[in-house]
Write a protein that binds this ligand. Structure first.
Ligand code: KG4
Ligand code: ZN
Length: 339
């Protein structure tokens, strides 16, 4: 008998629904909320209202695109957290409604686990999946973690940021340059035309496998402040070089710890995941580092890097196979440990 899972993701500012059958993706619809752009960041109350407006059409669209009737769904998986409480409540309430009305199991999914397991989505593009155990660098707007993945549902965080996340470093520095939110993709594009050695920003000295980005952010801010004092057009004239140097520094900080973690745990399978794993510089540098060490490097398809319900559905599928179901009174959690 085939297993069909409906996945729902609503942790931040993307409303998404996906249908996965036996691990194969049939549909993955994402409605991104443009309303936050003018505020330079996500406004939680607006996000939750937009989720309410979007959730029914997005789920309906995902089912139609998959050619699957609601009666064919075996379980509904949803993002339990971490994320914005108002946003999580919309997806979790909707998922509960589906589970209750259809009398099917409810599966709560950790958003971070979803990002990692995005590597196991099968679709019409044939891609190799990592084999276990592997090391995953999870880099998003809210998290920066090094994770040893022993089995689909067995993960251990071995290093993480002690302050800002890598995506936050991109977004905050972009904001200082007057770039639109989210800044990561904009910096990525501008960096392509810049010199990575034009500016030098502070690198943290953090022992072990943890990361820190607050020093870099401050150093970036002070550089701009000092240079703009001498030339009001400094940012406009140097945007590409600033972006290239900033991106290069973030990548160096990340990869130094990836190298140390791979060595410490003796792994040769290395993956990246999360929104920042869409970064072209990181993807290139990761591939080069893999070549240097003889690692097998796994880069997620771009459509599975930022928030999406396909990753929630695939995690739901593994949890379904393991019989990990949730009661209907389960609550979303804004903060939640990986496992
Ligand atoms: O995984 P995600 O969609 O949401 C969270 O779970 O946080 O990640 C969003 C983050 C944002 O900080 C965004 O700027 C960053 O991913 N991002 C990028 C790129 N695309 C998205 N950062 C650098 N380069 C990119 N191409
Ligand atoms: Zn995410």
């Amino acid at each position: 008998m085939s297993i069909t899972i409906l996945g729902i993701e609503s942790s931040c500012d993307d409303t998404s629904a996906a249908v996965i059958r036996d691990g194969f993706l049939l549909s993955n619809l994402i409605s991104s909320q443009e309303v936050h752009r003018e505020y330079g960041g996500v406004v939680p109350e607006l996000a939750s209202r937009a989720h309410q407006a979007n959730i029914i059409p997005v789920v309906d669209g995902a089912l139609k695109k998959a050619g699957v009737g609601i009666g064919e769904i075996n379980a509904v998986a949803f993002t339990q957290g971490p994320g914005l409480m108002g946003s999580l409540l919309v997806g979790s309430s909707f998922a509960k409604g589906v589970a209750l009305s259809r009398q099917i199991p409810l599966v709560a999914v950790n958003h971070l686990q979803g990002h990692v397991l995005a590597h196991f989505i099968s679709d019409d593009k044939a891609q190799d999946h990592p084999s276990f155990p592997f090391l995953c660098l999870l880099v998003s707007g809210g998290h920066t973690q090094l994770i040893i993945v022993r089995k689909p549902l067995e993960m251990e965080i071995v290093g993480q940021t002690i302050d800002d996340a890598a995506g936050e470093a991109f977004d905050k520095c972009a904001k200082v340059m007057g770039l639109p939110y989210p800044g990561g993709p904009v910096v990525d594009k501008l960096a392509a035309g810049g010199n990575i050695h034009a500016f030098r920003f502070a690198r943290p000295i953090i022992k072990g496998l943890d990361f820190s980005f607050s020093g870099l952010k401050t150093s970036f801010l002070y550089t701009l402040r000092d240079r703009v004092a001498g030339d009001p057009d400094f940012i406009a004239k140097n945007k590409a070089d600033l972006c290239a140097s900033l991106q290069h520094t973030i990548i160096e900080i990340l990869l130094a710890k990836v190298e140390a973690a791979a060595k410490k745990f003796g792994v040769t399978q290395v993956a990246i995941a999360g929104g920042v794993s869409a970064n072209s510089g990181l993807r290139k540098a990761m591939t080069e580092l893999g070549d240097k060490h003889g690692w097998q490097v796994y880069l997620p398809q771009l459509r599975y890097t930022t928030d999406n319900a396909a990753m929630i559905a695939i995690t739901g599928y593994y949890k379904y196979l393991a019989g990990e179901f949730s009661p209907l009174d389960i609550m979303p959690m804004a903060r939640i440990p990986l496992l």
